[in-house]
Design a protein around this ligand. Structure first.
Ligand code: ADP
Ligand code: 5GP
Length: 210
């Protein structure tokens, strides 16, 4: 039975390249916030470190973990498998640590549907425009422009999932985007007033989806 001093779960999802990994890393610098490190069958990018950014595993190891029911959630994203191990998450929550998840909408749905007794806040991150998203994807995946183009194609589908999240945040200036997320988490934790303009978000989504 979860207790008052248990941690909370914070999920950040977004269309690829909108900046959620960057934001999750910033949030993890806050006292008492820990990133949930996922397993994936994707190959590491040049900048990524094994067991820090992901547990990079092969398909047979991933399937073994699925069979052993070790995942709180898992999903196929862009042809690779990604999953969140249950035990480190629960152990951190029970120790009072807040756990941040960088997972897609399928994983967010699965965790929501589990209705765990820990407080859950979900954020969907959007880019300021499609042009800026393409630039960010192209810079990040420098070696393979095809990846950026493929992920742009998924954008129109992914963006539709915004509706299932508590808050949608536009990642224009990194610092102010981070501050918005931080202040909404604090407002949720302290039952304080929330600075959040739903109409502005709806307008932005209309612009991104025309
Ligand atoms: P995601 O995890 O959503 O796929 P990333 O966090 O990897 O996205 O960000 C994609 C790229 O955009 C990275 O190269 C990152 O450094 C850059 N980036 C993220 N946020 C901003 C921002 N506000 N302004 C400029 N570049 C950003
Ligand atoms: P990337 O390959 O760019 O690191 O991540 C691709 C997508 O997979 C992102 O939307 C990211 O949030 C998602 N993802 C990363 N880890 C997990 C996970 O454990 N579960 C799920 N469902 N999605 C994940």
């Amino acid at each position: 039975m979860p207790l008052n001093n248990d941690g909370i779960m914070v999920i950040l999802s977004s269309p690829s390249g909108a900046g959620k990994t960057t934001l999750v890393k910033l949030l993890s610098k806050r006292k008492n916030f820990k990133i949930s490190i996922s397993h994936t069958t994707r190959k590491p990018r040049d900048s990524e470190i094994q067991d820090k950014d992901y547990f990079f595993v092969d398909e047979s190891e991933f399937k073994r973990l699925v069979q052993n029911e070790e995942f709180l959630e898992y999903a196929k994203v862009f042809n690779h498998l990604y999953g969140t191990s249950r035990s480190p998450v629960i152990s951190n929550l029970q120790k009072g640590k807040n756990v941040i998840f960088d997972i897609d909408w399928q994983g967010a749905d699965q965790i929501k549907n589990k209705k765990l007794d820990y407080k859950l806040i979900t954020f969907f991150i959007l880019p300021p425009s499609k042009k800026i998203l393409f630039d960010r994807l192209s810079n990040r995946d420098m070696k393979d422009k095809l990846i950026a183009e493929k992920r742009m194609k998924e954008f129109s589908r992914d963006v539709l999932h915004w509706i299932n999240y508590d808050y949608v945040i536009i990642n224009d200036d990194l610092e102010s985007c981070y501050k918005k997320i931080e202040s909404l988490i604090d407002a949720e934790l302290n039952n304080g007033p929330k600075d959040y303009d739903k109409d502005y978000i709806r307008n932005h989504i209309e612009k991104l989806t025309v």
